[in-house]
Design a protein around this ligand. Structure first.
Ligand code: UDP
Length: 329
């Protein structure tokens, strides 16, 4: 029996595929390679196609004996989602609907879902717990929340159990240095900071210094991508062991400001990182910090690379090994 990983050629998907393979799982990857990279798929069987294409998914489910799905395939740029909501609803929400329908048709009863802290919007309090209010401030967050809700109804109607993992700020790269973060265009803080250290960018723009935080810049909970990968495998085991549908936050429970991340990157790289303070970016909450107590308690998850230095160091290894990321395929 194989685990189907949708979006397995993307950033977090590819690290999860590597972890599944390392643990002896048979893995089938579905990716349309629109934002994913063929080179990021280091093992497993890659089936190139789109989750909105029901005939394609039917073929995949007919060809392979699928026992569970880990679902990453989605658009994930907050800024883009605000100007192209239709694009996000179509791929993220409609695509998930097609996938769940095919799972129902083939009797596949388990799905681990890649969700996000963006489902909460502006938090009521930090650290955020899973029962806190969900009021997304972006189309991206709204689509992910809608996808979670779809899963709840598919569970009720068709007995498909889901685990939704709401991650905070994924960063870092695989210890092999062979897979890492490569978004085009890049919008995430850690890779942009390291591209600046490499001299590929003149400076890093800090979006706002007037937030109600210690140094005025936004505070986020950075979590190593391989710790996220571990959590997906644990969630899979939880479902295989008969666990009920549930939602879990994944983070380190510790916040760092944008300036702290830049300072840490200067230490790790030994290079100066020119910084320009500019306007706030629309939709950025001041502080996002996870309580991941539930994932620790119920899934037995415990992040192993929880120091910011470790996270930035691993990302730096990837960026120095592959300064231009993956070769385009
Ligand atoms: N950020 C920044 N400059 C950049 C990119 C990001 O100041 O070029 C800030 C952003 O405002 C946020 C934090 O860094 O407070 C993390 O942003 P990222 O886009 O990496 O993740 P998000 O929090 O949006 O999921």
């Amino acid at each position: 029996m194989a685990v189907l990983v949708t979006g397995g050629a993307g950033y977090i998907g590819s690290h999860t595929v590597a972890e599944l393979i390392a643990r002896g799982e048979e893995v089938v990857i579905v990716d349309n390679l629109e934002t994913g990279h063929r080179e990021a798929v280091t093992a497993g069987t890659l089936e190139i196609g789109d989750i909105r294409d029901k005939a394609f998914l039917n073929e995949v489910f007919t060809k392979h004996s699928i026992d569970a799905v880990i679902h990453f395939a989605a658009y994930s740029l907050v800024g883009e989602s605000m100007v192209k909501p239709g694009k996000y609803y179509d791929n993220n929400v409609s695509g998930t609907g097609v996938l769940l329908d095919v799972m129902k048709d083939y009797g596949v009863k388990r799905i681990v879902f890649s969700s996000t802290a963006a489902t909460y919007g502006e938090p009521e309090r930090v650290p955020i717990v899973e029962t806190d209010r969900t009021e997304p401030t972006s189309v991206y967050g709204e689509t992910k929340l809608t996808m979670e809700r779809m899963m709840r109804w598919f569970d009720q109607a068709h007995d498909i159990q889901y685990v939704s993992l709401r991650y905070f700020n994924a960063a870092g790269a695989h210890e092999s240095g062979q897979i890492g973060e490569d978004h085009r265009p890049e919008s995430h803080l850690v890779p942009i900071v390291l591209q600046t250290a490499l001299g590929q960018r003149e400076e890093i723009t800090v979006f706002g210094s007037d937030y109600p935080t210690a140094d005025g810049t936004c505070v986020r909970d950075y979590i190593h991508v391989s710790d996220l990968a571990d959590a997906h495998v644990l969630a899979l085991h939880y479902l295989r062991d008969g666990g009920k549908s549930d939602i879990f936050n994944l983070g380190n429970g510790q916040g760092f400001s944008v300036l702290e991340v830049i300072r840490t990157a200067e230490q790790v790289t030994g290079r100066p990182i020119p910084t320009a303070i500019r306007e706030r970016r629309a939709g950025d909450p001041a502080i996002l910090i996870a309580s991941a107590d539930k994932a620790r308690r119920v899934l037995g998850w415990s992040p192993r690379r929880d120091k910011l230095e470790q996270i930035v160091e691993s990302a730096w290894r990837w960026h120095t090994a592959r300064p231009h990321g993956y070769i385009e395929s």
